[in-house]
Design a protein around this ligand. Structure first.
Ligand code: KG4
Ligand code: ZN
Length: 332
């Protein structure tokens, strides 16, 4: 089955073609990051406008690179949420128009299901599995007992981990997005700044606002006293504490559920310390992290998730498909 997929939930315009939920034939990603950098974060109005400008070209490029004819496409999958509503609607409308014009069935896919299924490109899922979803908007532990069955075990009670990275990078004047640059600096720094430990609550939930505020307060106190901040060491200190919390909660979830596999999903899955820590922690079960290309937003992951969604439900969406800025993974 050949799936053409579309992702436009935030600041990447992407179209991909994949085969049988595994083989990526093309995955074109047009990133808007450089446009948003001047503002220190994604500006929704600019994001929607850029999606409109880029979507047709990205469609054409993805089909060309896959060396296929439109008649070869069996299914169109598009991110229906969660995300920026104006951005989502550009991808959804383009996917609907393409599906209608070429008489191809259409399905709407949950963005986080896409991040989770990015792991299926390099490895086969085995169940039960625990997925740690870590991105700019999400920090969640999901239990899957079979394909396309998502049970939320816990989630952040305040900031998402990626959001904490981005806010800390901002106060340290490291630019946007903050994750990659803090991660890189942390590799050559030492964790010399004391960080508060995040108290395990007995649940599988997360909390990043205390850690984020602690870093911001420390930086501000240094600024007031005109003392320099050792940025590499601050990055290493924050990253060590941030990853420790992710690992502790994940360990609890894996032990309690008796999971056979642990996977990481979302933009923060690119984090070098986190990638190392998961392989060191879960030695007795199967562990997979997505290839770097499939960590941040891309349409290939939506096509793979879409394939499995269709295999499980055998249901299409019609042209009334709509986007939603918030959408619970457990309810799909
Ligand atoms: O999944 P994604 O592309 O978009 C969302 O759905 O949110 O994730 C983007 C997030 C940003 O917060 C970015 O700072 C973070 O992922 N990120 C990282 C790294 N690369 C990207 N965070 C930590 N370490 C990284 N290497
Ligand atoms: Zn994402």
């Amino acid at each position: 089955m050949i799936v053409l997929s579309v992702e436009s939930s935030c600041d990447e315009t992407s179209v991909a073609i994949s085969k049988d939920g595994k083989h990526v034939l093309s995955n074109v990603v047009l990133s808007q990051i450089s446009l948003h950098q001047a503002f220190g974060g994604v500006v929704p109005e600019i994001a929607s406008r850029e999606h409109v400008k880029g979507i047709t070209v990205v469609f054409e490029q993805a089909i060309k690179e896959a060396q296929l004819h439109v008649d070869d496409i069996d299914l169109i999958a598009v991110t229906k949420g969660p995300g920026l509503i104006g951005s989502l609607l550009v991808g959804i409308n383009a996917a609907k128009a393409f599906a209608f014009a070429h008489h191809i069935p259409l399905i709407g896919v949950h963005h986080i299901a896409g991040h989770i299924y990015a792991n299926q490109v390099n490895d086969e899922m085995v169940f039960p599995l625990v997925a740690l979803v870590v991105s700019g908007g999400h920090t969640e532990l999901i239990l899957m007992k079979d394909h396309y069955q998502f049970e939320k075990l816990g989630e952040t009670q305040d900031d998402a981990v990626g959001e904490a990275y981005d806010k800390i990078a901002r106060i340290l004047h490291l630019g946007y997005p903050g994750g990659p640059v803090i991660d890189q600096m942390a590799q050559t720094g030492n964790p010399t700044y004391p960080m508060p430990s995040i108290n395990p609550t007995g649940t599988y939930d997360f909390s990043y606002s205390g850690l984020k505020s602690h870093v911001i307060n420390t930086v501000n106190t240094h600024k007031m006293k005109k003392e320099p901040i050792q940025t590499h060491n601050m990055a290493a200190s924050f990253q060590q504490a941030a990853v420790k919390h992710l690992i502790e909660q994940s360990k609890k979830a894996v032990t309690d559920t008796g999971a056979n596999m642990f996977i990481v999903a979302g933009g923060v899955a690119a984090n070098q310390s986190l990638r190392r820590a998961v392989f060191e922690t879960f030695k007795d079960i199967k562990v997979t992290v997505p290839a770097f290309t499939y960590c941040t937003d891309n349409a290939a992951m939506i096509g793979i998730a879409g394939y499995y969604q269709y295999q499980q439900s055998k249901k299409h969406d019609d042209l009334s498909l709509n986007g939603a800025s918030r959408m619970d993974l457990s309810s799909i």
